[in-house]
Design a protein around this ligand. Structure first.
Ligand code: ACO
Length: 443
């Protein structure tokens, strides 16, 4: 906190107030507007939270202009080179990198202690239609965990919260893999405690009880990187949803289920699935230019999925890392000349040279490349957002915990700028003529 202030003057009355400027450890200074309504009688208007810090957080730092992403202070580039998803999960949860002893204990908790699902949870899967989207199953099954762990409702006990977070991180791969198995009619595979986190997930997805299963280390490495890059991204839509849901002291399984629902949308976590659908369509039509023209047309709602980002307006640092892995993996797998990848490369090249995209600082984002990688390692399209949810469960639980510990946290309750009718009197039905159209109603 500094002693600097910002003066706000109501030019209608000439009344002024001083609002404090809060400095974080990095990033933009922030005006503390909490007293604004009490002192001057104003709310602030900020749809989409373009200028609003909804909380203080010490987990992840991003700088959209400079293309920076750091988890607990560590640059994502360094973590991508030296760490693993599970170690990064420890870092995000506990705030520090683990010693080997600490990591061993954490691995034991995640891969052994908490990783089994209650057998009764299987019947939840049977209740879904066979063609249910795995995200629908994920929302339902994670919400249903609330009923298996009623102790987790004691959300003000830090030990209970940590246990719930670890349970979620540990069980998510099993729920995710089972949602796929259910949709494909294959027998479910139980988690294996001898495998690493990412290996175990691929095993539960692709192994069948009747055959030997070999895990391709190239697939494991690429997927582990995708999980790490998606583990947290500060106050995005789904994380804010988890915080808002949890701010009412809702239980963690319900709060995370709400986050999963938010992530599902195609302009958030659903983007990696939408990228491949778009590339498939483009590749079949062979006419990339017409898609670019549509994306640029202000009267057409079509957008190039996998391009642009709310905060990264120079480049997405995750995209820079994953682009290299994507090219390398396709080379190693001998898959560089598929029609879909050819289309992706052409699109990347055209869009990067086009004035429209340059002017608006629209670059391929992490989802553009993660979609291509997931396809190359054989993950079915419907599972892409599920995998994102798997990774982001780490970030969601960290933010939920941080919020619950923060003495400044309040139940989330935004205000609004009301633009509807002013007070009017009820008219009995027999006296009503034609109602004016809503837009003629006036304020
Ligand atoms: N294709 C074409 N034009 C675009 C695109 C796009 N993908 N993204 C933004 N624009 C244009 C907008 O039409 C707007 O143009 P205008 O100034 O002429 O009106 C301008 O660029 C700014 O766009 P905004 O919508 O203001 O940008 P915002 O920051 O609100 O949106 C978003 C970011 C939602 C990610 C957007 O870029 C988009 O829809 N991208 C496609 C979906 C996508 O890939 N989502 C994944 C995000 S990454 C993640 O969730 C991990």
């Amino acid at each position: 906190m500094t002693s600097d202030t910002v003066t706000i003057t109501d030019n209608r009355s000439g009344e002024s107030i001083e609002l404090p400027i809060i400095e974080g450890t990095d990033g933009y200074p922030t005006i503390d507007i909490r007293a604004l309504h009490r002192l001057l009688g104003f709310y602030t208007y900020d749809p989409g939270f373009m200028s609003t810090a909804s909380c203080a957080s010490a987990i992840t730092f991003t700088d959209g202009e400079k293309g920076i992403l750091r988890y607990r202070g560590y640059p994502i580039e360094q973590l991508a080179e030296h760490s693993s998803f599970l170690e990064t999960a420890y870092l995000l949860i506990h705030g520090e990198l683990p010693t080997s002893e600490q990591f061993g204990l954490f691995r034991e908790e995640i891969m052994v202690e908490y990783n089994r699902l209650h057998e009764a949870l299987q019947s939840f899967f049977d209740g879904f239609r066979e063609d249910a989207h795995p995200m629908a199953i994920l929302v339902g099954a994670v919400g249903a965990l609330s009923s298996f762990y009623p102790d987790a409702t004691n959300v003000h006990d830090p030990a209970v919260r940590m246990k719930a977070a670890k349970r979620l991180i540990s069980k998510m791969p099993t729920i995710a893999a089972w949602s796929y198995k259910y949709a494909t009619g294959q027998p479910i595979m139980y988690p294996r405690t001898d495998l690493d986190y990412t290996e175990n997930f691929l095993y539960m997805m692709f192994a069948v009880p009747t055959d030997e299963f070999e895990i391709n280390p190239l697939h494991v490495k690429a997927l582990d990187l995708i999980l790490m890059l998606h583990a947290d991204h500060e106050q995005n839509a789904s994380t804010s949803t988890v915080r808002l849901t949890g701010s009412s002291d809702a239980n963690p399984f319900a709060a995370i289920a709400a986050g999963i629902a938010s992530l599902w949308g195609p302009v958030h976590g659903g983007a990696n699935e939408a990228v491949i659908r778009m590339l498939q369509e483009m590749s079949e039509s062979g006419d990339i230019d017409s898609y670019i023209a549509r994306a640029k047309d202000p009267h057409d709602r079509f957008r190039l999925v996998g391009f642009g980002h709310r905060i990264y307006k120079s480049y997405d640092p995750r995209a820079a890392i994953i682009r290299k892995t994507c090219h390398q993996l396709l080379e190693d797998l001998g898959a560089t000349h598929t029609p879909l990848f050819d289309t992706a490369l052409k699109l990347e090249e055209i869009a990067l040279k086009d004035e429209y995209f340059i002017e608006r600082k629209l670059y391929p984002n992490v989802d553009f490349y993660s979609g291509i990688i997931l396809r190359a390692i054989g993950i079915p399209l419907e599972m892409y957002t599920v995998i994102f949810a798997l990774a982001r469960t780490v970030g969601w639980t960290c933010h939920w915990n941080e919020m619950m510990e923060d003495p400044e946290s309040r139940i989330g309750r935004p205000r609004q700028l009301y633009v509807g009718y002013r007070k009017r009197d009820y008219v009995p039905i027999e006296q009503r003529g034609a109602q004016p159209a809503a837009e003629e109603g006036g304020r």
